[in-house]
Design a protein around this ligand. Structure first.
Ligand SMILES: [Zn+2]
Ligand SMILES: [Zn+2]
Length: 178
């Protein structure tokens, strides 16, 4: 990604360079706020506006894509190759899902569209992007833990036991993503 940014003629200040590096190395499609918070310790003079404007400039130059696949702030995607996305319903995490080789080989876009676009006659397809919605591994595990905990409560544990381990304790923990 850095090479593309250099050849695009976009002016690269040390702060912008740090933002590009961080985004390029992150497979989770971070928000501007996430990048800002991560870079702040190393670059205390950098403002949120710098991060946001840099991402905006990169997106305008076609070097990254601003995604709005879940509620909340846009997430930025440095992967400009054709690919799909998996989006977590619960925490909004976005991961790349590679295209099938057959999808990449399809020369005409209508070959990869499942059936003709009858609802949009005359529509010229540029790309097909699939979104897989569900729960990320961390959120799916959190839900399993919750239901296991609920099952244990129903199994007739003593009240004292329940008081020692409040039911909400586990649920309150925020899932962490590497
Ligand atoms: Zn999640
Ligand atoms: Zn992506």
């Amino acid at each position: 990604m850095l090479a593309c940014v250099r050849s695009s003629g976009l002016k690269l200040t040390p702060q912008r360079l740090a933002i590009v590096r961080e985004l390029a190395a992150d497979p989770t499609h971070p928000t501007a706020q996430e990048l800002f918070e991560r870079l702040r310790p190393a670059l205390p003079t950098m403002s949120f506006a710098t991060v946001y404007n840099t991402l905006d400039a990169l997106a305008s130059a076609g070097l990254c894509v601003a995604l709005s696949l879940s509620p909340g702030a846009s997430r930025f995607d440095p992967n400009m190759d054709a690919h799909h996305h998996a989006v977590c319903d619960r925490c909004g995490l976005v991961r790349d899902v590679p295209c099938e080789p057959s999808e990449l080989l399809a020369e005409r876009s209508d070959e990869i569209v499942p059936g003709p676009l009858t609802a949009a006659p005359g529509f010229e397809v540029r790309a097909v992007e699939r979104i897989y919605r569900g729960l990320c591994a961390a959120c799916a595990k959190g839900r399993q833990d919750e239901s296991a905990h609920a099952a244990a409560r129903h199994a007739g544990r003593s009240e004292e036991n329940n008081r020692l381990r409040p039911a909400g304790a586990r649920r309150a923990r925020r899932p962490e993503h590497g």
